[in-house]
Design a protein. Structure first.
Length: 210
């Protein structure tokens, strides 16, 4: 290649960025909901997890930090889910709603590949700056298309596992097994994606200069 080499940030740096968001957005809400559900019942758990999300927004506003668009969407979603679940009085309704949304996101991933605008590329650029010559390279274009298909499959698998568990397990069993299963599936997919990304970069750098 007749461009300077681009080096992927170290995995430790990527994990330092991803882990706090994972804890705040996935693990903590589960812990908050189950803790208050056990202490105060369904309504208490719903109020607690909704408060958690809004407190995260207020904290960022007080510290004058930007509020991610995904957090605002999460606040809207958790409010709607909480109101519907409180109205029905069924915890199954609370947990099955986002899985339907995940299926829709997976379909959006598939559609984006069809439109030659793979969503994984857009999401990656939120965390890693990639030079224009990297994005325009045919190998990288193919990589993002294929990896978007992979994550569409991952999202479908996660939703299928979650829906089956929520319909066949107790709340305790659902929270425990679902968290472990989704973490395992997602972790393997993430590691494979990073490995494939580095492999594509190495192949691009090995090409003769134009």
């Amino acid at each position: 290649m007749n461009h300077p080499q681009f080096t992927l940030p170290r995995l430790t740096a990527l994990f330092r960025q991803a882990v706090p968001r994972l804890l705040e957005g996935v693990v903590a809400p589960m812990v908050v909901f189950y803790t208050f559900f056990a202490l105060l019942g369904l309504v208490g758990g719903l109020i607690a997890v909704t408060s958690w999300v809004y407190l995260g927004i207020v904290y960022r506003l007080i510290r004058r930090r930007p509020v991610p668009g995904t957090m605002l969407l999460a606040a809207i979603a958790v409010t709607a889910r909480g109101l519907i679940s409180a109205w029905t009085g069924d915890w199954v309704v609370y947990f099955i709603q986002p899985e339907i949304g995940t299926v829709c996101i997976a379909l959006a991933f598939l559609t984006s590949v069809r439109l030659n605008k793979p969503l994984v590329q857009k999401l990656t650029l939120d965390y890693i700056h990639l030079p224009a010559f990297i994005l325009k390279h045919e190998r990288m274009r193919q990589f993002f298309a294929r990896i978007t298909l992979l994550w569409a499959f991952v999202l479908m698998c996660n939703s299928a596992v979650s829906i089956w568990l929520v319909l066949h397990q107790s709340l305790e069993g659902y929270l425990l097994v679902r968290t472990a299963a989704v973490a395992a599936i997602t972790g393997v997919a993430f590691a494979g994606s990073v490995w494939a990304f580095k492999r594509v970069l190495n192949r691009m750098h090995a090409e003769p200069a134009a």
